[in-house]
Write a protein that binds this ligand. Sequence first.
Ligand code: NAP
Length: 305
Amino acid sequence: MAHSILLFGANGQVGHALQTSLARLGTVIACTREQIDFSQSSEDIAAALEVLTQQHKPTIIVNATAYTAVDRAQSEPNLAQRVNATTPGLLARAAQETGACMVHFSTDYVFKGDKLEPYVETDPTDPQSVYGQSKLDGEHAVASACARHLIFRTSWVVSAHGGNFLKTMLKLAQERDTLSVVSDQVGAPTSANLLASVTTQIVRVLAEQPDTDPRWGLYHLVAGGHTNWHAYACYVIAQARQAGWPIKIQDQAIHPIATKDYPVAAPRPLNSRLDTQKLCKAFDLTLPEWRVGVDEVLQALKSPA
Ligand SMILES: NC(=O)c1ccc[n+]([C@@H]2O[C@H](COP(=O)([O-])OP(=O)(O)OC[C@H]3O[C@@H](n4cnc5c(N)ncnc54)[C@H](OP(=O)(O)O)[C@@H]3O)[C@@H](O)[C@H]2O)c1
């Protein structure tokens, strides 16, 4: 069956990658802020959704939109809540009403980050930031409005498209003599391409399955292995140097620092590791190591030298 896929957040890191991968399943209607601004009132969102669903009769609705300015969210809680929770709930309701399934993304920030092992889906949530709380509320809004839903919690997204930590490190490494990077937060950099391709594989399997299929639900989806921000920065900079980027900084001038010495508005989890066994078992997947995705992003960016 060729699907009609409404994709929201098509200009973001993950949305951009999904545009390509979801096209394997049918027609992708790529929606950005221009089609629906997620910060509008619920009435306006519902009216805009009505037009889109009437016109395109979607069989799959995918939401890659999010208010991702984690620190700014601390002072804009209402906006973060609307974009990350209220509007996703309305999309899920529209999916339920039109018979479509709903795909949504969430985050490691729903956890406090004090567990010593990787988090599993059933671990208690305890968001420490406005962003994390809004994303958790978004999970609940989607899950309660649409039975046939998939929610993928991910972490440390990286892509050649859009802004992210890898790109910031590359830029700073070409400009600065020294850098200080947090070394006590652990997680897995996960490429938007990996997220998009796994999402597409799973949606291909599930899109026509009934709501009684036990595979609908919440999953952790991150690349294999783990690192910390400092080691990640060192890896990116070393790889870039080897590939001929005009890197200014010396390796020994990239200093590890503690989270407490890098004050930011929103607290981050120290442990962002997510256990992916539920996903791998349900869909017979093996997820590549995080370096694979990072290498691909570096290759896609290419050296400006
Ligand atoms: N980035 C990460 O490290 C990370 C980590 C864990 C989980 N996640 C989750 O992964 C998913 C995808 O994240 P991402 O990294 O792809 O995010 P992103 O690159 O920041 O993209 C978010 C998209 O949302 C759109 N958006 C924001 N506010 C909007 C509004 N009011 N109305 C309409 N569109 C709006 C943005 O549009 P504009 O381009 O017009 O601004 C952008 O295209 C999100 O659910 C996020 O919470 C991300």
